[in-house]
Design a protein. Structure first.
Length: 217
């Protein structure tokens, strides 16, 4: 029996190396496609950059947002492909900021299509009933500003139009939200925040382990 020549062994090793490299490349490409698909249509990670949602969400909280729950949309045109649920009162939602569409905002849904929202001396009323404030809601300014000065503490009543939502931050006195710039189109709602998977206290350079877990609605 003839033994394989050195040249044949070299070609065999070369083919073997190319085969392994191609398998690794395929695995990497598949992983990237899956990651992009999941990020676009299923779930996405966000970092909280401001204090408008204190104390529900703090600066440095890293959250996961369920993007599938409100339906699958074209990521470029926002056209609805697969309808699912609509945002409900009390949901913590991530959406495209209407004033600057390059930014994403996160606020709590206060009013949905057809709701009448009114604010009287910091108290929020939806359809004539006092809104049930979440556990994390807070006021930091004891002053009550009249509606003629700004709509922070006294506003409305306003009715939420079709295919729109009215949102507010849980840090009511330090939040720039629907009281100031209006409603959010449903097509611009990206998803519902459901858990804090990491929280970093930049002042103490230390993780906040007690923050990790499902959001309290």
């Amino acid at each position: 029996m003839n033994k394989p020549t050195f040249s044949a062994k070299k070609q065999s090793n070369k083919r073997s190396w190319q085969s392994v490299a191609w398998e690794y490349l395929q695995a990497i490409l598949i992983a990237l496609v899956l990651a992009l698909f999941i990020r676009t249509f299923v779930a996405q990670a966000f970092k909280i950059p401001s204090g408008s949602m204190k104390s529900t969400l703090l600066i440095g909280d890293h959250i996961l947002v369920n993007k599938f729950i409100y339906g699958v949309r074209n990521p470029f045109t926002r056209e609805l492909w697969i309808p699912c649920e609509k945002p409900e009162r009390g949901d913590v939602a991530v959406f495209i900021y209407p004033v600057d569409r390059k930014k994403d905002f996160i606020k709590r849904v206060i009013g949905i299509e057809g709701d009448t929202v009114r604010i009287i001396n910091k108290n929020v009323y939806v359809n004539g009933k006092l809104f049930s404030d979440p556990q994390g809601m807070q006021h930091t300014d004891p002053r009550i500003l009249p509606g003629s000065v700004q709509p922070r503490d006294n506003m409305g009543p306003v009715t939420v139009p079709k295919d729109m939502i009215f949102v507010m931050g849980d840090n009511r006195d330090q939040s720039y939200d629907s009281r100031f710039w209006g409603f959010v189109p449903l097509k611009d709602v990206k998803g519902k925040a459901f858990t804090v998977y990491w929280s970093w206290n930049s002042d103490k350079f230390w993780p906040r382990f007690e923050r990790i877990g499902d959001l309290v609605h």
